[in-house]
Ligand binder design. Structure first.
Ligand code: 13P
Length: 295
């Protein structure tokens, strides 16, 4: 069977909107700068049943139909639940589907793997690649992550490239250099600013209830932005940089109000429909004005 590109069937990507952006500590607004369209993505990991997924999707689609948010929302259920969630969200939903991983090959004898083509066909807009649970438990290197991200791009998916340091790396003062190296080695050459998202998830903050200090998140996100601009020039201003690791209702506002934090990748709290919707509304309030322009 030939691999078929189904790019054309994917829903259109959301438009990026320009807005005046005032650099903190400067008196005057700088010229029009493109701001990333914020994104809140829920990663269910290996959780969820048919019944819990169905009621989550019905709850979310009802709320998303009544309140249009100025941020994108994505959900990443386990692969066997993707189709069920897609159907429960409905054809007109604004909530995007996201795969949890994809293979670096496009098809063939790879038992247990899922191709980017399959994710695209079921209606995914995004796919996570390089999540630390795959880097660490499955020994995935940045070279492999890059191959996966390239395959995602080939099928019109937006890879959400996950990066983050371990506790030992942070303690050794290597957090920034580790994350910069992960990004440099994981980003496909042909990436443009419109087809990639970066998620910074410190390994030690995932599922632990521990979160970096605001200054540590800012330092990391500023460094990531600088690296992307260095690589792609000013256009990299519109790449959404998500923070992930113990994000919940209690800390979403503090984290997402930080400069260069353009949304969140939410694990455990994304399984709770009400809490996840609350995080999305918080993002909308912080990042977009009443006309849907990015703040
Ligand atoms: P938690 O929000 O459960 O810490 O998980 C974060 C994460 O790994 C999302 O991909």
């Amino acid at each position: 069977m030939e691999a078929v590109s189904i790019k054309a069937n994917l829903p259109a990507r959301p438009a990026y909107k320009a807005s005046k952006y005032i650099v903190p500590n400067q008196q005057v607004p700088c010229e029009m700068i493109q701001r990333p369209r914020p994104l809140v993505a829920g990663n269910w990991k290996m959780n969820g049943t048919r019944s819990s997924s169905h009621s989550w999707a019905k709850y979310m689609s009802r709320l998303a139909a009544t309140k249009v948010l100025g941020c994108d929302i994505a959900v990443s259920p386990p692969a066997p639940l993707l189709d069920l969630v897609a159907r429960a969200l409905g054809a007109t939903t604004t909530i995007a589907l996201c795969g949890q991983d994809c293979a670096p090959q496009d098809k063939g004898a790879h038992t247990g793997d899922i191709s980017a083509a399959m994710l695209a066909e079921v209606g995914c807009r995004y796919v996570l690649v390089g999540h630390s649970e795959r880097r660490n438990s499955h020994g995935e290197t940045s070279t492999l992550v890059k191959a996966k991200a390239s395959m995602a791009l080939a099928y019109g998916l937006i890879p959400i490239i996950c990066v983050g340091e371990t506790q030992a790396e942070r303690d050794a003062g290597r957090a920034i250099s580790v994350v910069r190296a992960q990004i440099s080695r994981s980003l496909p050459e042909r990436t443009t600013e419109l087809d990639v998202v970066i998620a910074y998830e410190p390994v030690w903050a995932i599922g632990t209830g521990r979160v970096p200090l605001p200054a540590e998140i800012c330092e990391m996100h500023d460094s990531i932005r600088e690296l992307l601009i260095r690589r792609m020039n000013k256009r990299a201003d519109v790449i959404p940089l998500l923070y992930g690791g113990s994000v919940g209702a209690m800390n979403a506002e503090e984290i997402m109000s930080l400069q260069n934090v353009d949304g969140a990748l939410v694990g455990g709290a994304s399984l709770k429909d009400e809490e996840f919707w609350g995080i999305c509304v918080t993002c909308d309030n912080l990042k977009s004005d009443s006309s849907g322009n990015m703040k």
